[in-house]
Design a protein around this ligand. Structure first.
Ligand SMILES: [Zn+2]
Length: 338
């Protein structure tokens, strides 16, 4: 294996190094930097890139990317692992979903072919994009707030070809949490949602096997270990680490195959009561939620439209997860059994 070089950072075979991808100047006179770690294996092999923190209030993924990179033994590794744990560093620092500098959601089209001369997020995206250009595999780590259950998102309809999709499925199965094919959700038949420009979907479209994963408890590092273990299991699956004597399993995995049904909305405004836990399979017609008024009278009963499971009861407004709802809120993200 030869020395890995990216910008000024040189990482000899069989070693690990930390650096920053670059910096974006701010009015304060300080610059925003993008920390990253390279683990260069002793043996030849592909380049695996893990990114996290595109949504800055999902620090659980940042923890997973950091712990994963530190846990690897370069002498065991075939190929190169690059970990960028906070691609949207200003949002991670501020603990907010989108960039506090320019309001951009960095889980978007900001990495490949990005604008080096654009606003702060686009410049940060260009710095990270230069790493993603080198990737043979990509995993983008996110997290949801409780009530939720871990899962992985496979954007299979975006894949350039069957071979790329097939490897993405293997990565998802190795990661361990229940995989959901995000293609063509039933509830949104003409849907061309913003997820088409997510980094994992973009990577797949470019022929790079990729996965997006959702851990539990976005705001803390309690569930980061699940991400570390799943990422390590992916390296074993794709041959960058020796295979394990015992297969890694995530105890939240629901047997079977699942596809994205869609985002379920409620009509009523009120307090929402979860009547069926996230991550537990349900049958069509099962009661999932009740929305009540301020006296506890039921205004709306929300039932499962199909057999499947809910991976997140987000509440409203979207991404902030309060269960006091205005009318017309998205109340559940559902996977259906296929
Ligand atoms: Zn996210």
């Amino acid at each position: 294996m030869s020395t890995f070089q990216h910008g000024d950072l040189k990482v000899p075979a069989g070693t690990r190094a930390n650096g920053v991808l670059g910096e974006v100047q701010q009015a304060s006179g300080n610059a925003i930097t993008v920390p990253y770690t390279v683990v260069n294996g002793r043996q030849d092999g592909p380049t695996f890139v893990v990114i996290a923190g595109s949504h800055g209030n999902e620090v659980v993924g940042t923890g997973a990317a950091i712990e994963f990179a530190r846990s690897l033994d370069p002498s065991e590794l075939s190929g190169t692992v690059i970990s960028v744990p906070a691609v949207n560093m200003p949002a991670v620092s501020a603990g907010v979903y989108v960039s506090p500098v320019d309001g951009i959601n960095m889980s978007g089209p900001h990495y490949w072919d990005s604008e080096e001369n654009g606003s702060t997020s686009r410049r940060l995206g260009a710095l990270v994009g230069a790493v993603l250009e080198r990737a043979d595999f990509v995993v983008d780590v996110h997290g949801n707030n409780e009530p939720c259950s871990p899962m992985s998102m496979m954007f299979l309809e975006n894949a350039k070809d069957e071979a790329t999709a097939e490897v993405a499925v293997r990565m998802a199965e190795a990661f361990g949490a229940t995989p959901v094919d995000m293609s063509a959700p039933t509830a949104h038949p003409a849907w061309l949602g913003p997820m088409d420009v997510y980094p994992a979907a973009t990577a797949l479209a470019r022929g790079i096997p990729a996965l997006m994963v959702e851990l539990n408890g976005a705001r803390t590092l309690v569930d980061s270990r699940r991400g570390t273990q799943g990422l390590t299991a992916i390296l074993r699956e794709i041959g960058m680490l020796p295979s394990a004597t015992q297969k890694y399993e995530d105890d939240t995995r629901i047997p079977g195959r699942f596809g994205y049904w869609g985002a379920l909305s409620a009509s009523a405004a009120g307090i929402v009561w979860v009547r069926h836990p996230a991550g537990v399979p349900f049958s069509a017609g099962d009661l999932l939620l009740e929305i009540t008024d301020m006296y506890g009278e039921v205004l709306e009963a929300v039932r499962a439209p199909v057999d499947g499971f809910c991976w997140w009861y987000p509440g409203a407004p979207y991404g902030q997860a309060t269960h006091a709802l205005p009318a017309g809120s998205t109340v559940a993200l559902l996977a259906e059994r296929r």
